[in-house]
Design a protein around this ligand. Structure first.
Ligand code: M6R
Length: 613
């Protein structure tokens, strides 16, 4: 979604800001803009489309010396909510006087009433955005102290925001604040960088400060002064990012998605390393920080998430039920709090999110905490809001996931969920030997995935046979049902082929009416208790002329025979097999999208981190 970068310091601000916006491109956006402070003069440039367009238009608008000279500025990539992606709607927005510029992530919910009030006072608006209202409001409150003006304005605002504000009357500082939309401040030597996402900071410093909700910071080149909305000083620790800047580069791959698929043996090894105890046949997840007694007390596991993370939760539902004999539910995070969930202190609520910023998942976390559940997170981005609000949890250690289509985060989520289920299962019903057997299966996951990735070229050849159809169905049973859902999501989001995932048994209750000669049905039919029934469903599809691509277990000749095409994955426990099966589908979707000429890493209309409900 929208991205913010702000810079103040000794370097050329324009280059830092454009470089930062490029690093945020993966979040998804449709226009971009930049404001530079040159002494006490404010310059603004905006462009529809890519950051490259902004770079061009800013260079055309401004003389080269300004580009080199200015040491302070703010910049933004906008993902349209209020008003289409036009130059007028792009940020930064200015106040009525034109000396204050603002970039904003989030939504000002009461912008209509604020705008009406400001219009009555003579303010003129040039965009359809909620953000411009906040810029005018700050200007309206400005009596010569920008910090005070921002604070006064924020007191009147309902909704969410991460903002950066500059004023040509106070050129030595940037004001930044957050409520519900992340802001992180990089603390360099003689320079400070503000961003909505640490990826924009990585190249400059590893030392960062995360703002909490209702923090307002005055950022100068050499200091960060943080206050609350009542102007009381607050202390926030400086944290180390611990991320390698190269991890956020393509490293020779055509797309981030392909790189991230190929990284999975390593990311999975990182997610698993040190977390299996092969002596006692269990797992060691420090972030769960529960005593055996507390673990034994857990009566339900409820997992909340959205999109791909919800699919991981659905695999988790099978894992907790099958391995730990515990009632488990995967719940769509956006629905969770509106269903008034009945929760108690024996319920473990696990928030699953790659970004740790998804608004719906965060809202579910808050609801679960409010109701007294035991809440933990399973998050990839260190220091993200969900990780910090839950306080306890297990990081995925997948490394930066840049492609909008989630790949390595999903497989790491599932592997951590398997380890959690192993831990709970070992505390309840597993013998040491049973625990050990599963622990060894989990330990082998990176190698299983490596063997699927080794088939990349042959999967590309298969994908070439599935380019022409505009509809596709993905089916599976048991834990392969969420894998089928995930396969369909992957294909539709990057190739724009209409793909639906169904439980294999559901097809005949309606969707089978859509099957025609050659309609692709992608079936996940690996060895396991549900395989024979799934193959029965395949026959139903074949009888209606569907073209079948099977994800099957190596050397399963029976399954091979009923498939038009197949991708074979190594034999594994049915829950463990969800991971290599998903990787096969990721590669399939990637190659279909590539061969169709799609823009894989930033599909249309999508954002990497969905910070609005
Ligand atoms: O960051 P999160 O895992 O909370 O994001 C949730 C979804 O927006 C995300 O998984 C989305 O569905 C993926 N981009 C799909 O590939």
């Amino acid at each position: 979604m929208c991205g913010i970068v702000g810079y103040i310091g000794k370097a050329n601000a324009a280059s830092v800001l454009i470089g930062g916006l490029r690093r945020l491109e993966y979040r998804g956006y449709d226009s971009a803009g930049l404001a530079l402070l040159d002494g006490d003069v404010l310059h603004v440039s905006r462009a529809v489309g890519k950051v490259a367009n902004l770079n061009e238009s800013a260079r055309a608008d401004w003389d080269a010396e300004l580009f080199q000279r200015a040491g302070t500025g703010i910049a933004h990539t906008r993902w349209a909510t209020h008003g289409p992606p036009t130059e007028a709607n792009a940020h930064p927005h200015l106040d009525e006087s034109g000396h204050i510029a603002l970039v904003h992530n989030g939504i000002i919910e009461n912008y209509r009433s604020l705008r009406a009030r400001l219009e009555k006072k003579g303010h003129h608006f040039h965009s359809e955005t909620d953000t411009e209202v906040l810029a005018h409001l700050i200007g309206d409150c400005d009596k010569g102290d920008l910090l005070q003006a921002v604070r006064d304005a924020l007191h009147q605002v309902e909704g969410t925001y991460g903002i950066a504000v500059v004023s040509s009357h106070e050129p030595g500082r940037i004001i930044t604040a957050r409520r519900g939309s992340p802001i992180v401040i990089g603390v360099g030597h003689g320079e400070s960088i503000i961003a909505s996402d640490a990826t924009a900071i990585l190249a400059h410093t590893q030392r960062v400060i995360y703002l909490d909700d209702d923090d307002i910071a005055v950022v100068t080149a050499n200091a960060v002064d943080i206050r609350d909305l009542d102007n009381l000083p607050v202390t926030r620790e400086i944290a180390e990012l611990g991320l390698d800047a190269a991890a956020a580069e393509k490293g020779g791959y055509a797309h981030f998605m392909l790189k991230e698929i190929h990284e999975q043996p390593d990311s999975l090894a990182n997610a698993i390393r040190g977390r299996l105890d092969l002596q006692i046949g269990s797992s060691v997840l420090a972030g769960m920080s529960t005593s055996p007694r507390e673990l034994a007390d857990i009566s339900r596991v409820i997992m909340v998430g959205c999109g791909t993370s919800l699919h991981a939760a659905m695999v988790g539902e099978y894992a907790f039920g099958d391995l730990a004999d515990i009632h488990a539910e995967a719940r769509q995070a956006a629905e969770f709090r509106y269903r008034n969930p009945i929760l108690g202190n024996r319920d473990l609520v696990v928030a699953i999110s790659q970004s740790g910023e998804t608004a719906d998942t965060l809202a579910a976390v808050r609801e679960a905490r409010q109701k007294g559940a035991f809440v933990m997170s399973l998050v990839n981005v260190v220091g993200s809001t969900i990780a910090r609000e839950t306080g306890r949890g297990v990081y995925l250690h997948a490394g930066p996931e840049i492609s909008v289509a989630s790949t390595k985060a999903f497989t790491c989520q599932v592997s951590v969920l398997l380890m959690m289920a192993l831990k709970l299962g070992r505390g309840r019903r597993f013998s040491r030997d049973e625990g050990l057997k599963l622990a060894r299966e989990i330990e082998a996951i990176p190698e299983l995935v490596r063997r699927v990735i080794a088939q990349d070229d042959s999967i590309a050849e298969i994908a070439a046979r599935y380019l022409e159809n505009e509809h596709a169905f993905f089916i599976g049973r048991g834990p392969m049902y969420p894998v089928a859902l995930e396969g369909a999501l992957k294909l539709k989001e990057i190739s724009y082929i209409h793909a639906e995932g169904y439980h294999a048994a559901e097809l005949k209750h309606g969707p089978i009416a859509l099957l025609q000669e050659g309609t692709p049905v992608i079936v996940v039919a690996c060895e396991g208790p549900a395989k024979d029934k799934t193959l029965g469903n395949v026959e139903e599809c074949r009888a209606r002329g569907a073209r079948i691509l099977g994800i099957i277990t190596e050397s399963d000749h029976e399954a091979e025979q009923v498939m038009d095409d197949f991708i074979a994955i190594p034999a594994a426990h049915p829950l463990v097999a969800t991971i290599p099966a998903t990787v096969a589908l990721q590669l399939f979707s990637y190659h279909v999208a590539r061969l169709r000429g799609c823009e894989i890493d930033q599909p249309r209309n999508l954002a990497k981190s969905v910070t609005v409900e």
